[in-house]
Design a protein around this ligand. Structure first.
Ligand SMILES: *Cc1c(COP(=O)(O)O)cnc(C)c1O
Length: 285
């Protein structure tokens, strides 16, 4: 598989402000975005003894889908543990869940058994872990290759914070982020788990409101539509709305042009759009 790297950097205008966008959503049709960066290590290295990859998390996660692509490419079997698959999803497979099943994922309800077997690769939830540094360094090199000595501020929304932290480590520019999973304290803790030196931690910006991860909010859908209309780019519906709302609210913080990292996740939109449609139709009924 050859990935479309470096991913393009594009200039857009949103609400009369110019932004650069790092289009990691365009890395590959099947293997793109944040999880492609995090799992790049497993694509580029040899694992002669590995026959199986095992991971766990939610039944619609981007990491789950990307691991299913990786496993298929490498000829590994893929066991994925979830707490629970809803009856609705089982009856109506869609989004990341459906496509991961098509790639041969074995989905298992229950707790992951972590016996250390020499033929098995265990991947933590969301693809955090030191191997992620490999692909994120490549992204940092691409960004430096584009901007060079010109100053730019980087913004990206965080889940585990792995991507933001490694970007800040490898970039000579300031990296700003916001917490989408948990609060600022949670995100700070994640940064400390990856690196004790708070000098290399990204700057955390606060949004106007507290949001719960994976929930639906009218203002999320609104800004997602506005972004699509004004920039012609489809962003993800889980992280990006919180990211853009927070970035716009804090726009005076930035000292240089802003590069927003589009971290993919577009296949996940299928299930999010279904949920928003149900929410909207319930409202007008
Ligand atoms: C996983 C993911 C993130 C969060 O990345 P972290 O490194 O966990 O902060 C953000 N956006 C998308 C689309 C993702 O799939």
């Amino acid at each position: 598989m050859t990935l479309n790297l470096p991913s393009p950097i594009q200039k857009v205008r949103f609400k009369n402000i110019d932004f650069f966008i790092k289009r990691d959503d365009l890395i590959d049709r099947d293997f793109s975005g944040n999880k492609a960066r995090k799992f790049h290590y497993f694509l580029d290295h040899d694992f002669p003894h590995i026959k199986r990859v095992v991971s766990y998390g939610s039944s619609q996660s981007n990491a789950m889908y990307s691991l299913s692509v990786l496993a298929k490419l490498r000829g590994w079997s893929f066991d994925y543990y979830v707490d629970h698959v809803s009856g609705y999803l089982r009856e109506n497979p869609h989004g990341n869940y459906a496509y991961a099943l098509q790639n041969g994922m074995n989905i298992i309800e229950g707790e992951m058994k972590k016996e250390s077997e020499s033929d098995t690769l265990f991947i933590s939830e969301g693809g955090r872990g030191k191997e992620a540094a490999y692909g994120i360094k490549k992204m940092a090199d691409e960004i430096v290759g584009f901007f060079g000595d010109k100053k730019v501020d980087i913004f990206l929304p965080s889940g585990t914070g792995t991507t933001a932290l490694f970007l800040q480590k490898y970039l000579p520019y300031d990296v700003y982020t916001t917490a989408c999973v948990g609060d600022e304290e949670y995100l700070k803790k994640q940064f400390f788990m990856l690196d004790n030196d708070s000098l290399v931690h990204p700057k955390i910006l606060k949004g106007a409101k507290k949001y719960h991860f994976g929930k639906l909010y009218d203002e999320f859908f609104k800004i997602w539509i506005e972004l699509k209309q004004e920039t012609n780019i489809v962003f993800d519906l889980v992280y990006d709305p919180k990211g853009w709302l927070c970035m716009m609210k804090n726009i005076e913080v930035f000292k240089h042009p802003v590069l927003y990292i589009h971290q993919g996740g577009i296949i996940g939109n299928e299930s999010m759009i279904k949920r928003y449609e149900r929410k909207i139709s319930e409202k007008i009924r």
